[in-house]
Design a protein around this ligand. Structure first.
Ligand code: ADP
Ligand code: MG
Length: 355
């Protein structure tokens, strides 16, 4: 590394970035998680000029005039739009250096970026290069399930097997980790987004009502679940959610009431699909590691792990304990952060190096 970069590095913030399909989070070494925004970019359709990034871009989703497009750069767990991904990365690297400093800093940070494991080697290099272009003096890429496992506090460097499932927006990442590496992994494109879609389809077929994605997501986060709370009578009464959409017959706005049972019914096929991928992965796991995993159980991370009852449903199907990580939405970025705090760790786990 050249001495000028090394010198400027003293004045930079080392940062960890979770480039998720739904949310981008930024961790600053010594400070913790400082940014949490949706992974969204609004830009001019023709000129490709970037108009907004993150929360302000997401607010424009479904409301923007025809000349403006709001995209999710990592939609299906692959980099759907490279330029937008690079713009997001550079925006956050600069933002951290503007807002987190008492005096202006020249951004020459070390960065650790968590990306979905389905991203190809070529795209990985391109992301690392984009971080370098944004000013990073060193860019390290780490696979999301690995970062999630570190953030969830699993002992990934030991010889014992760990099983992590990160249910995000675009992908569910399932991985078996041992001796600091991913032994076996799957990245399936069935996660939070498909749950929203399932609610939209269910309501469209049953009530001829078209819901917007934000409404469907709110329904999912509010009362979606695979099972209602225990048999205590008080909890047995059905929760109702009022949703507003467009009546497909009249074309006019209409509200209906959805019961929690209906939402469970809508979500059930998606949850079953995730569960069957988990069970298949367990079956493919080398027997030595299966023994450890049976004892230690499965750890869940990502926003999808907050669907009530999902842990119980997985536990029943996989016949082993299931734990939800603390603060599951920040596991990946905290894992990236721990790699910054402990340089040795970064060297011991397999990462893609930037330039
Ligand atoms: P990614 O890593 O792909 O960016 P996240 O781990 O940030 O994804 O999770 C985002 C997904 O989790 C979204 O689909 C969101 O709707 C969902 N989600 C967030 N909170 C909850 C909740 N409380 N219950 C159910 N789903 C949730
Ligand atoms: Mg994630």
């Amino acid at each position: 590394m050249n001495p000028i970069d090394r010198f400027l590095g003293i004045f930079s913030h080392d940062i960890g970035i979770d480039l998720g399909t739904a949310n981008t989070l930024v961790y600053v070494r010594g400070k913790g998680v400082v940014i949490r925004e949706p992974s969204a970019v609004a830009r001019h359709k023709k000129t490709k000029e970037i108009l907004a990034i993150g929360t302000s871009a997401k607010k424009m989703m479904g409301r923007a005039p025809v000349a403006i497009e709001v995209i999710r750069p990592l939609r299906n767990g692959v980099i759907a739009d490279f330029d937008a991904t690079a713009a997001m990365l550079s925006h956050y690297i600069k933002k951290v250096h503007e807002t987190e400093s008492t005096f202006p800093k020249i951004p020459r940070p070390r960065v650790v970026i968590g990306i979905p494991s389905g991203v190809t080697e070529v795209e990985r290099r391109a992301v690392a290069e984009a971080a370098i272009d944004a000013g990073a003096r060193e860019a390290n890429l780490i696979e999301e399930p690995m970062a999630a496992a570190i953030g969830a506090g699993l002992l990934i460097e030991g010889p014992e097997g760990n099983f992590i499932v990160d249910i995000g927006g675009g992908t569910s990442e399932i991985a078996v980790i041992s001796l600091g590496g991913i032994v076996l992994g799957r990245s399936v494109r069935i996660a939070g987004d498909e749950m929203d879609e399932a609610i939209i389809n269910y309501v469209r077929l049953k009530y001829s009502l078209l819901l917007g994605q934000p409404t469907a997501e709110a329904v999912k986060i509010g009362v979606g679940g695979v099972e209602m709370g225990e048999d205590k009578d008080a909890q047995k009464e059905t929760k109702l959610t009022v949703v507003r959409g467009r009546d497909l017959e009249t074309g006019l706005p209409k509200s209906i009431k959805l019961t929690s049972e209906e939402i469970q019914e809508a979500l059930s096929p998606i949850l079953q699909e995730i569960i069957s991928n988990i069970v298949d992965t367990i079956e493919e796991t080398p027997p030595e590691l299966t023994g450890d995993i049976m004892k230690k159980g499965i750890t869940l991370a990502g926003g999808g792990s907050l669907i009530p009852g999902i842990d119980k449903a997985i536990s029943e199907a996989a016949k082993m304990p299931v734990y939800i990580a603390d603060d599951p939405l920040t596991c990946v970025v905290r894992g990236c952060g721990l790699c910054l705090e402990d340089n040795g760790l970064l060297k011991r786990i397999r990462v893609t190096k930037g330039l």
